[in-house]
Design a protein around this ligand. Structure first.
Ligand code: G4P
Length: 529
């Protein structure tokens, strides 16, 4: 296939949702439809299966949350699908945000019984700002739902995005029997299979067929017909350009756990979504079909698999063709590097990748010099600046519990810092020797302690620090002047790149400082970022 053909069949996306809306279930069903996963016959087996595909981190099992993103690639109906899993817990949002820089579209899963929840709203905002197409799956229609037309209104009033229902459920809860495909004008009636383990049985009908009316209770049938009529009169039109720019979301209804509506979502998403598009790199735009290979690191993970104790940099390919052993420039150091040891990952299994195209994600093993956000390219004039940064809001000193483990403790901390799991600060004038850690959420500390212990054999102890705000100072400012006017409780520190930062205990303290120092400009991202 030519480069342009390879790009045209690629779809790279993530699923975003509030915890418990059904992201994991939907991921599994997509893999089932993609033939990448054989699921056994019961919910328990599904749970075992889930553990088997992602049990490299015990924490994930212990807390029932997905700690780290996984990249899954599968073929479906002529498409090469790259599904980037996003960690769902709110404290891992920084990692999630980074993953979202590597996708071309998202599927937003909403629990139809609950409507739009807080985490969905945050993730949606990020996607909205990036201008990527957002497809919506209203899940759990097999359970009591909120008013369906009200759910569409919620998309518009809470998220500010127009909605176009591609299909419409016929009945909800126990009465959920099928969906009406508004574009093909066909009814899909579903048959339940035990535990939703296979593809859902399906019969196709016209809306006027007697089977449709017979399948539903009289009241469910009447409600569905009324709703469909209202949509035809008052609903938005399908507008492809608005979908592509993230201003209109195609909405699909279904039940992931029962496989109802999953195939319609997958088919609709793949055909209406977008292949990789040009990406901004400073002042220029890089076309995915540009012959020069380029990509950026969006995630670094060490010790992913206890059997391979190494470090993997995940690279989103943005242009050209990747071939194993190729030489590229690591733009941040200006050095030429050879990209051997390239892997595709599926759960804990690794497979060597020989070639990859725009939209694909490759894992490169080793290369301690690669950092998050770095560009690798055959054309050094391409420099991506894709990774957003967020100011830390929680701070704690970390102590090694035993002096005999100190070296391992430091090695582990250095590695985790490089991965971007945590930031480390040096408080000016402090007599303390323990590192001060800064994180976006407290669970990040727990991950640090857990990984220090499990991967480096180093026990640690945390001691909370009372700051809650961190801001970068313009490096051209006089540090002495700033230090002299700091309010009580505030501190001056250096980040790992020796950039000056200020730590404040409260908004009030920061406001007070800014009123006293009207010429000081503070930034919530590193000043040269
Ligand atoms: P998440 O990754 O977004 O956090 O959600 P996950 O898929 O783990 O789903 C959360 C719960 O919702 C699970 O139940 C799952 O089975 C259930 N669920 C997902 N889709 C549907 C659906 O379409 N209908 C209904 N009724 N439930 C659905 P659980 O009891 O927490 O776990 P499990 O015992 O089912 O594994």
């Amino acid at each position: 296939m030519s480069l342009t053909d390879e790009i045209a069949v690629r779809r790279t996306f993530a699923i975003i949702s509030h915890p418990d809306a059904g992201k994991t279930t939907l991921t599994e069903k997509f893999l089932l439809y993609g033939g990448a996963l054989q699921l056994a016959g019961s919910v328990t087996a599904r749970k075992n299966q889930r553990a088997a595909t992602s049990d490299w981190m015990e924490l994930e099992r212990k807390r029932g949350i997905s700690v780290s993103s996984t990249v899954l690639q599968f073929d479906y109906d002529g498409f090469k699908v790259n599904l980037l899993d996003t960690p769902g817990h709110k404290d891992f949002s920084e990692d999630t945000y980074r993953v979202l820089t590597a996708v071309d579209a998202v599927v937003m899963v909403i629990d139809a019984g609950k409507g739009i929840e807080s985490q969905t709203r945050k993730l949606f905002e990020i996607c909205r700002r990036r201008g990527v197409p957002i497809f919506t799956f209203m899940n759990k229609i097999d359970r009591p739902t909120k008013d369906l037309l009200g759910l569409l209104d919620e998309l518009e009033s809470v998220l500010g995005i127009k909605a176009y229902p591609v299909n419409w459920p016929l009945g909800t809860g126990q009465d959920f029997k099928g969906v009406y495909d508004r574009q093909a004008k066909k009814v899909h009636l579903f048959e339940r299979s035990a535990g939703g383990t296979g593809r859902a049985g399906l019969t196709m009908h016209e809306l006027t067929d007697a089977e449709v009316e017979e399948a539903l209770s009289p009241s469910a049938y009447a409600t569905s017909m009324d709703e469909l009529e209202m949509l035809e009169i008052a609903g938005a039109e399908y507008d492809n350009a608005a979908v592509m720019s993230g201003n209109l979301t195609p909405v699909y209804f279904g039940s992931a756990v029962n496989n109802f509506g999953v195939q319609l979502l997958l088919d609709g998403f793949l055909s209406h979504s977008t292949p990789p598009r040009p990406r901004n790199a400073g002042s220029r735009s890089v076309d995915p079909a540009d012959p020069a290979f380029s990509g950026f690191v969006f995630k670094i993970q060490a010790n992913m698999d206890p059997r391979h104790r190494d470090r993997i940099a995940f690279i989103r390919v943005c242009s050209g063709k990747f071939s194993r052993e190729m030489g590229v420039t690591h733009v941040q150091t200006g050095k030429r590097v050879r990209l051997n040891s390239s892997h595709k990952l599926f759960g804990r299994e690794r497979e060597t990748v020989d070639e990859a195209y725009a939209g694909d994600v490759i894992g490169i093993v080793g290369h301690a010099e690669f950092g998050i956000g770095d560009t690798l390219t055959e054309d050094p004039s391409i420099v991506y600046n894709e990774i957003p940064r967020f100011p830390p809001e929680v701070f704690a000193y970390i102590h090694s519990s035993s002096s005999s483990q100190y070296k391992r403790f430091r090695d582990g901390l250095d590695q985790l810092m490089q991965e971007g799991v945590i930031q480390m600060l040096e408080v000016k004038g402090s007599v303390r020797r323990e590192p001060l850690l800064a994180a976006v959420g407290p669970l990040q500390f727990e991950v640090v302690q857990y990984r220090l212990q499990s991967e480096y054999g180093a026990e640690s102890r945390l001691e909370g620090a009372s700051w809650s705000i961190m801001r970068w100072v313009d490096p051209s400012m006089s540090i002495e002047q700033i230090e002299a006017t700091l309010p009580t409780g505030a501190a001056l520190a250096l980040d790992t790149r020796k950039q000056p930062v200020l730590l404040f205990p409260s908004e009030w303290a920061m406001g007070y400082f800014l009123r006293q120092n009207k010429d000081v400009i503070l930034s919530d991202v590193p000043v040269d970022a």
